[in-house]
Ligand binder design. Structure first.
Ligand SMILES: Cc1cc2nc3c(=O)[nH]c(=O)nc-3n(C[C@H](O)[C@H](O)[C@H](O)COP(=O)(O)O)c2cc1C
Length: 352
């Protein structure tokens, strides 16, 4: 799978200027969200600790990682972990399910493990072949009747149901408008539209016209997603599409503090403090070994764009214990959290 994690750095930096964005509360079903800037579901990343961090910076809504509806019904260990909630995590978090069978998804919605989540989002955009070939994720873009059966079955569960989808499978064969209308008719209470087709994966500009077509086709809230790496990008996205809110994905991984910039807060991104908070949240649930492995990955994202990042990442990935990780992070970031030694090759160009 080709995921362009490196794109967008410059625009994340530009965001420090604080361009205007129409920040406002947004209601989905009966749930009033404090802001219309969401953090996307991100498999491997949007666990409760990361969500808490994003909420602390002002994200209006966060999602779990995508959860298999089948896995949920078979009570898989891994699935239970994906559904963990953090102490003090705001109540609105949406759980994202994927699956291809209406009965299974309907049963999953009624599962007591979902009780803490008021909103169930259905994944109709995942491009990964394993998911697609099972008739799940983005495969549903090519089968509207089945997608409709799934949404309407889930809506009957009493949960607030939302759908996240792409604008089509292939370039030139767009379904955004029709799909949006179908979602609303089947009972979805909001949609998030990723403005790329399946074959594009994560590359290229989002198609603003297709997101706008989806927005104009429905009355439920429409959240625009794709290629937003700054407040300015988000403002442009709303201006070009008329969407009600935006969803940050890779930008949140590079810099969760970006949510604070929508609220007019300056660039006080303290990476060691964020890592310390996430680590403290994860440790009791995941133990030292898994927490270290995960936080190495997170720190690698947070280093994005810094001088000497590649060398620093190599050293982080050699850390096996929390003590090693903390010592290495202290050396990378220095006491003030901003400076420090970025690694042996620290004087090179950014993010080498
Ligand atoms: C590492 C990674 C994991 C993702 N996991 C999910 C997921 O679990 N569910 C989902 O609907 N989309 C997932 N996505 C897609 C994002 O939510 C988002 O739609 C996409 O990255 C486009 O937004 P961006 O251009 O701002 O990154 C994932 C993307 C990435 C890069």
């Amino acid at each position: 799978m080709s995921v362009n994690m490196e794109e967008g750095l410059q625009t994340v930096r530009r965001a420090a200027g604080g361009e205007a964005f129409p920040l406002r509360p947004l209601a989905i079903g009966g749930v009033v969200l404090p802001s219309n800037v969401f953090c996307a579901p991100l498999a491997g990343y949007t666990d409760f600790a990361f969500r808490k961090l994003c909420y602390s910076f002002g994200a209006g809504l966060c999602y779990t990682e995508m959860v298999s509806a089948k896995g949920l019904l078979y009570n898989g260990e891994g699935t239970k972990e994906l559904l963990l909630r953090g102490e003090g995590e705001p109540p609105q978090t949406a759980v994202q399910l994927f699956g291809g069978d209406a009965d299974i998804l309907r049963a999953a919605c009624g599962n007591e493990a979902l009780a803490p989540f008021p909103i169930v989002d259905i994944n109709m955009g995942c491009p990964v072949p394993k998911v697609y070939k099972n008739g799940e994720g983005s495969a549903l873009l090519g089968d509207l009747p089945r997608a409709e059966r799934i949404i309407s079955a889930c809506a009957k569960s009493g949960k607030i149901v939302t759908v996240k989808f792409r604008i089509g499978l292939e370039r030139g064969k767009y379904v955004a408008e029709e799909f949006a209308r179908m979602c609303e008719g089947a009972g979805a209470q909001a949609i998030a539209v990723h403005g790329r087709v399946r074959e594009a994966y994560y590359a290229g500009e989002p198609d603003y016209a297709q997101i706008a077509a989806a927005k104009n086709a429905v009355r439920i809230p429409v959240i625009a997603n794709g290629g937003i790496f700054s407040v300015a990008d988000a403002a442009a996205m709303l201006q070009k599409t008329g969407a009600d809110g935006v969803m940050l994905a890779r930008a949140a991984l590079y810099c969760p503090h970006l949510f604070a910039e929508f609220h007019g807060e300056g660039h006080g991104w303290d990476i060691p403090a964020a890592i310390a908070r996430q680590t403290a949240d994860m440790l009791p649930a995941f133990g030292e070994k898994r927490t270290v492995v995960h936080m190495r990955k997170m720190a690698a994202f947070y280093l994005h764009g810094r001088r000497g990042a590649a060398a620093a990442r190599r050293e982080l990935f050699a850390c096996d214990t929390l003590a090693q990780l903390n010592a290495r992070l202290a050396r990378i970031f220095g006491a003030d959290g901003q400076g420090g030694d970025a690694g042996e090759n620290g004087e090179g160009a950014s993010d080498d």
